[in-house]
Ligand binder design. Structure first.
Ligand code: ATP
Ligand code: MG
Length: 749
């Protein structure tokens, strides 16, 4: 179970304690009109997760009330996704269409109770009669129909005697209700369409508001969990179940915030457009946020579930950074997968003083990964290295091979460049090199200093593979559609080279290609004759800092911990720190690694920790902000102390200041050495959380942007971020983003 108890679990526990239900029964109710995406994963994790945590069960129900868009292939995709994520639905897959006869009976009951009627006005009149938010609506004259008339018409609607749109069945509630949804909502509509399960049996189909609550009741659901956009539908949900006076217990609806992720689109409709428009290669294209896409790309179910757990369950919509998901997959694979060498853009190197051949024994795992296993690396005088790992005119800080600078071949020898061979166009085609026999990795007595270790492959033994480098499908943070597609989202490298052991021994399906990233053997296109690997994710977030070139990620910068194989091992004390940080203090491995390996940082961290027990927030501050300062300076030359950093984090924890302001305050501390509290007070940086102050600012921004309001109302929910951003901007980053989010969502709905 997750560590924090979310508001849904709190409700469930209270209901169980009060004896409201014998068992917790939830359901996941997708409409089979597209492949499930990461947003569905969140809903799956919540519904199945809660059932699992409280020994109940969760049903899988296809909400198949819209015959024109639904299909069995989507049913299969939904089943696959749930199984892959590691959950099991209770009994058979259920279908709302299984309940059509029962729902029809309930409709008859409502008519007989005088609580439903057949309306026959056209769409335009219906809109007109509904009224507005400020004006009551009025019921059409058909509201006066007798029970007999209504029963007769409904039956004939069912039999198909009328055309689409000629009549509808409506609940008779209140045409002046404040909640517009309660103004006689539609219960049934006529649809002459073929349904993928019931065929042409029905000419009428129940509306969501009628079918959903009753399907929940029929299945004995206790907690009906859905997303926020159904908040106003809750009243109908309750009305239907209460009006029918059903035997208790009945289900209740609870809403949570929909997951949105930047750099992607998430509605099934938009995904369908990409698939049908050929912008991607099918629903399982690894660039899509579909579960099938993630699965094919090589994401693990664990990483997706960890992500869902990390983002938590909120009551206000917000946008999650895709980098967080990428972080979860890295974090999952780092301690698991073998490290191997792959060269994407080969450059030949002839080691002129090497004769014969040998096989070098090399572990698949670095020292900090508690797994065993090794392979043989063939080595001879002709090898390939990555073209980028040689530079004739190196920029400052280039740690790899140059005419003057030797480099280590990972797991093998140190080489230096003797001669650069070029073709007629001046392109480098070969390096003549020399190796140092005494420099062999593990028994190096050469005394030669190198700054990095690079990947390489024996020319004769290397295998050719296809590598598919995926990048974000959209280059815009809040993409609208096709026009925002990143033209470099897929790069296929047909002739990359890889170690023979990867193909022959198949130690795993997922690998870290040293210095390149994490890769996965494509589950569909991979064969021994034509091996194909998908890039799952790079070794570190390359978008956070540089958003310019999507290719940047491949260009390994001088990253000490990854390049320099020889310094990878942690000392005993570093290891002990690392273990404590990850297990006891629950730091993620990347942060723990940064802190544990750096004496200055870790002692700073521990000192701060002794004043404030907020391990994760402190670790983030120390491994980012403080680390930047400590890189160039010694602790005693810093103007700020660990205690002050703790004070800063405390304000952050208590939500006195926002994350953005915290960074600003830190900059100030670096310069002036003043106390964070003083800085915050003097500059009036205290976070504004009072809705009474924030609300008028939102109103103003809404008034100033009528076009965006209209777009939002027309369904472009991504614009929520725009409004939130504007509010934060106009308060200089001082408004509490959570409060702003909730208020903006409330005002726009
Ligand atoms: P989409 O708009 O992407 O088509 P939907 O809401 O129409 O999604 P359904 O098939 O009706 O998709 O959804 C099944 C369940 O998954 C619902 O309970 C829905 O609330 C939930 N769900 C869908 N999208 C998200 C999301 N982005 N975040 C959380 N839950 C979601
Ligand atoms: Mg839907």
């Amino acid at each position: 179970m997750s560590e924090r108890k979310d508001f849904l679990r709190t409700i469930v526990e209270e209901d169980l304690k009060a004896g409201k239900y014998k068992e917790v029964i939830t359901r996941f109710p997708p409409e089979p009109n597209g492949f499930p995406h990461i947003g569905h994963a969140k809903s799956i994790a919540i519904n199945f997760g809660i059932a699992r945590d409280y020994n109940g069960h969760c049903n899988l129900r296809m909400d198949d009330t819209n015959p024109t868009t639904e299909d069995t292939k989507y049913v299969e995709a939904l089943k696959d996704a749930i199984e892959w994520l590691g959950f099991e639905w209770h009994g058979n897959v259920r279908f709302t269409s299984d309940y059509f006869p029962k729902l029809y009976e309930y409709a008859i009951t409502l008519i007989k109770m005088g609580k439903a009627y057949v309306d026959s006005i056209d769409e335009e009149e219906m809109r007109e009669f509904r009224g507005t938010v400020t004006e009551a609506g009025k019921r059409s004259k058909y509201g006066e129909r007798t029970v007999e008339e209504n029963l007769d018409l409904l039956e004939r609607m069912k039999k198909g005697e009328f055309k689409d749109g000629e009549h509808v069945l409506r609940a008779k509630i209140d045409m002046s209700a404040a909640n517009m949804k309660m103004r006689d909502p539609l219960l049934y509509r006529i649809r002459h369409a073929h349904h993928f399960r019931t065929g042409n049996e029905w000419a009428i189909y129940p509306m969501y508001d009628f079918a959903h609550c009753l399907s929940d009741y029929i299945e004995g659901i206790s907690h009906s969990i859905c997303t926020l956009e159904f908040e106003n539908n809750r009243e109908i949900y309750d009305w239907v179940l209460d009006t029918l006076e059903l035997e208790p217990p009945r289900p209740y609806q609870y809403e949570f915030a929909r997951l949105g992720i930047n750099y992607t689109v998430m509605s099934k409709r938009k995904l369908l457009e990409l698939v049908e428009g050929g912008q991607v290669n099918g629903w399982d294209d690894p660039r899509l946020p579909t579960i099938a896409g993630y699965k094919r790309r090589g994401y693990t179910p664990e990483s997706i579930l960890t992500f869902c757990d990390q983002i938590g369950i909120a009551k206000a919509n917000s946008m999650v950074d895709v980098a967080q998901l990428e972080f979860c997959i890295r974090d999952d694979m780092n301690p698991k997968v073998p490290r191997v060498m792959c060269v994407l853009d080969p450059l030949k190197v002839t080691i002129e003083n090497y004769e014969g051949s040998e096989e070098i024994d090399a572990s698949y795992y670095p020292d900090d990964v508690p797994k065993e296993g090794s392979r043989k690396l063939p080595f001879s005088r002709e090898i390939y290295i990555e073209r980028e790992d040689f530079s004739e005119t190196p920029p400052k800080g280039y740690f790899r091979l140059t005419p003057e600078q030797p480099v280590r071949l990972k797991h093998a020898y140190i080489i230096s460049c003797k001669e650069v061979i070029k073709d007629d166009n001046g392109r480098i085609i070969e390096i003549k090199a020399e190796y140092y026999p005494a420099s062999k990795s593990g028994s190096d007595t050469s005394g030669i200093k190198v700054k990095s270790a690079i990947q390489w492959l024996d020319a004769k033994a290397a295998k050719t593979v296809e590598v598919r480098l995926y990048d974000r499908l959209f280059s815009s943070e809040a993409p609208e559609g096709v026009e925002d597609i990143n033209p470099n989202s897929l790069e296929v490298i047909e002739n990359a080279l890889i170690e023979p052991a990867v193909i022959n021994e198949k130690p795993d399906e997922r690998f870290q290609f040293e210095r390149q990233g994490y890769f996965y053997a494509d589950p569909i296109d991979y064969s021994d004759e034509n091996p194909v690997f998908n890039k799952i994710v790079g070794l570190k977030d390359s978008w956070g800092k540089k958003k310019k070139s999507p290719k940047q990620e491949q260009k390994p910068q001088a990253k000490k911990e990854q390049i320099d194989g020889e310094v990878a091992a942690m000392s005993e004390s570093e290891q002990a720190r690392y273990d404590r940080y990850t297990s006891e203090l629950k730091l993620n491995s990347e942060v723990a690694n940064t802190l544990a390996r750096d004496e200055k940082l870790s002692s700073f961290y521990e000192e701060a920790l002794s004043t404030l027990h907020s391990p994760v927030a402190l670790a983030n501050m120390v491994s980012n902000e403080v680390a930047r300062e400590l890189k160039e300076n010694d602790v005693d030359t810093l103007k700020f102390s660990a205690k002050q950093v703790a004070e800063l984090v405390r304000m952050l924890d208590e939500e006195t200041i926002s994350g953005k302001i915290a960074k600003q305050v830190f900059e100030e501390m670096v310069k002036s050495g003043e106390n964070p509290t003083q800085i915050v007070e003097a500059k009036g940086l205290i976070q504004i959380s009072d809705p009474a102050i924030i609300a008028p600012i939102i109103d103003e921004i809404i008034a100033k942007n009528p076009d965006n309001v209209a777009k939002f109302k027309a369904g472009n929910t991504k614009l929520l971020g725009f409004f939130v951003g504007q509010v934060l901007k106009s308060t200089g980053g001082k408004a509490n983003p959570k409060v702003v989010n909730a208020l903006v969502a409330e005002k726009l709905h």
